[in-house]
Design a protein around this ligand. Sequence first.
Ligand code: K7E
Ligand code: CUA
Length: 660
Amino acid sequence: MLIACLLLITSLATLYSCKPKNTANAVSADAAQKAYVPPGKYDEFYDFVSGGFSGQLSVYGLPSGRLLRVIPVFSADPQDGYGYSEETKAMLNTSHGPIPWDDLHHVELSQTNGEIDGRWIFANGNNTPRIARVDLSTYTTSEIIELPNSAGNHSSPFTTENSEYVVAGTRFSVPPDNADGDVAIDTYKKNFKGTISFVSVDKTSGNMKIAFQLLIPGINLDLSHAGKGPSHGWFFFSCYNIEQAHTLLEVNASQRDKDFILAINWKKAEEYLQQGKGIKQAVKYAHNVYDEKTQTATSNIETEVTVLDTRTLPGIAYFMPCPKSPHGCDVDPTGEYIVSSGKLAALIPVFSFTKMMNAINSKKFDTYYDSIPVMKYEDVLYGEVKKPGLGPLHTEFDGKGNAYTSFFISSEIVKWNIKDLKVLDRAPTYYSIGHLNIPGGDTKKPNAKYVIAYNKITKDRYLPTGPELTQSAQLYDISGDKMQLILDFPTIGEPHYAQAVSADLIKNNSKKFYDINHNEHPYVAKGEGQAKVVRNGNKVDVYMTAIRSHLVPDNIEGVKLGDEVYFHVTNQEQDWDIPHGFAIKAANAAELLIMPGETRTLKWAPDRVGIFPFYCTDFCSALHQEMSGYIRISPKNSTVALAYGTGDKAPGGKDTTTVQ
Ligand code: K7E
Ligand code: CUA
């Protein structure tokens, strides 16, 4: 099969080498040019790519595919000390204790009026349910909120058109947190429930809060998207396992011919909430916030959520039948069409919001599923895309009336027209594409220059690197009628969803350094005059400064075995792109990477008597190798006095020992 593919590519290459505009063709000359960004030039788009099981978020430039940055979100990161420094440890706290890893599938840029506003990007923690907010002026994780009553936070964190809410639906139904969960697994139908969390986002600060949760029947929610324009106020979720199987889902959750799209009227839910119809439930979840002033994260355990039961509060939830085990659930830029992708279906159903509202308003229901009205497929269906390909997963839009759907099994992107549901073009992907994205492709205003494919399998595309090969993205020019493959680029972790945005919207707000005058860190040293070492029992706080090219203090004595040493290092630089690093021999966590104007703390417990060097880890100047120092560790009962300093002020002053 691979050989066949290779032969095909080779023959296509020969065939189309003189007319490169004709088809997706990796080797055409103009393709290379389209992806080429000369040295010293900026890319036109940022592409924010989920890291999947790496738990991180990576940032690429498009069209070059250059990796610009990896932002630690749910996983501790030895490169910049995220999750290891005293300031950032709390970001990874949960009600289960500190969790230094998650599985990050989806990213969603904040929106205003249905368009990307460039302020924040949200990301889901799939395994231990959490939502993170990343600040796009600093490219750091600002906030992480855990979700109670949830397991497998997959249909998350999709946003409404003004980021009133980001939502999070459960992939795994489980007994609610306040119920006795010690039940037989085969009591699934009775005891397992799903929930959808509506997390509100403060317009100014971005701060997140669980506004309410919806209790739904015990099925699996897969993906979601908010309505927009006329359908603003609604949310749509793809559901599978409406069979409510609890074992061998592969077979048992594929019994029925149709699963559901769940339509949620969240404005109605808000009304019930205001009427006090919500039930307060005792739960436990962590809410972690990074404070840019103190440069320190705090974690609070919250103890209550308000739950609205969609089965007893009519008008919130409706089901639309959908063939078969749907995955993606995408809403077109007009807000009228809801596209679902049944992984096992041989067609793509397109639902009409108008028809759905007509059915709801005339109460035309077919049946009920656990008290929730189920509409008739024909009553809500706009139409079907026939024979589009195999294994449809996700759809994005170009804003010109076309949709682009990824096909995992047939390894291709298929472009089709939303109005007449005709297939217009197809382009192979190498291989087994999952998500795809168009800049702004899930908003009201896509910027349809490129579509990017995120592929699961890349055998034969790159040099082999042992059993594990890089996953990869492919960039297609879609400015013409036909898609044209112009670039492959390797990715980090396993990308699922990604979102791209015009660089102009973000790059000018990108912070160059932190103003040291606004640094309210409790252990800041503003200027070398404030550098000091303070002993409190066996706790030793080192208020250290870093500036090109020395540390103050760089000689420390009088520290003993049994002490806990906290190096609070403040980077004094007030210039772009001058971080300093800090590491000490035998540190068992990570280094610190300290941005200009920032304070970071490394905790270190000496395990033996001796001299331990420390140094700056970031090559910051010609004399970077000189940016180092020593700490002397004495026995527990030692009488060596606490002394510290740099240069003339170092313990013992100038170097007076004569070398023989
Ligand atoms: Cu299709 Cu987790 Cu969005 Cu992966 S999911 S591909
Ligand atoms: Cu500071 Cu190297």
